[in-house]
Design a protein around this ligand. Structure first.
Ligand SMILES: CC(C)(COP(=O)(O)OP(=O)(O)OC[C@H]1O[C@@H](n2cnc3c(N)ncnc32)[C@H](O)[C@@H]1OP(=O)(O)O)[C@@H](O)C(=O)NCCC(=O)NCCS
Length: 169
């Protein structure tokens, strides 16, 4: 199991994962971006090119086993007022067919190691919806200390509680 930058080698498998994501999260927020733009988007985001207003550079890493895509993390290079409320330093997903097998915990642990090696963060902020128990357990298993729960407008007129955890590096 290793991290790679999004690449052709794992793209066929990523396409399958994307199809799983569409099937599972039909009509809801999808967790993976379209395979046709995933590689180019990750490269430009990492370099900070063509970012939407208010966005900061971010590094996307794919967790792969051989050529098989398992999950992805997105590490924001700095926090903004908006990321401080929702999103934090690290976002993550495990493909639907591989969830509940321990990969989420492993992937976050590997992302923390990546941050230790490549970024100067002393601690990282990781957030999740208050109702996302699997994600909360994933963060707590990696040393997350709950700072608070704050209300966020996640879409116009829709409010939800967000848990904010800090993990010391
Ligand atoms: C959240 C997510 C990354 C967790 O990864 P995962 O591989 O499914 O989780 P793991 O198998 O590593 O398990 C993590 C913890 O959740 C628990 N868990 C796993 N599946 C669960 C389920 N269906 N219900 C409740 N708890 C569950 C595990 O027992 C473990 O907790 P433990 O350490 O106390 O035993 C993954 O489920 C996912 O991608 N979900 C959809 C996208 C998402 O929510 N992303 C995070 C946004 S903040």
């Amino acid at each position: 199991m290793e991290f790679v930058f999004p690449c052709e080698r794992a793209l066929d498998s990523y396409r399958e994962a994307y199809a799983e994501d569409i099937a599972v999260n039909k009509g809801e927020l999808q967790m993976l971006i379209h395979p046709d733009i995933a590689i180019a988007r990750s490269e430009s985001e990492r370099k900070g090119e063509g970012l939407p207003a208010g966005y900061v550079p971010a590094t996307t890493l794919w967790l792969v086993e051989g050529d098989r895509f398992i999950g992805r993390v997105n590490i924001r290079h700095q926090l903004t007022p908006s990321l401080l409320r929702f999103g934090g330093h690290i976002g993550y997903t495990i493909r639907p067919s591989e969830q509940g097998k321990g990969y989420g915990k492993l992937q976050l642990a590997m992302a923390l190691d990546y941050c230790r090696e490549h970024f100067g963060f002393e601690k990282v902020l990781v957030t999740c919806d208050d109702t996302n128990i699997r994600s909360a357990k994933t963060i707590e298993a990696n040393g997350g200390v709950l700072q608070d729960k704050i209300e966020n407008e996640i879409e116009p007129g829709v409010y939800a509680l967000t848990r904010r955890y800090w993990i010391e590096l």
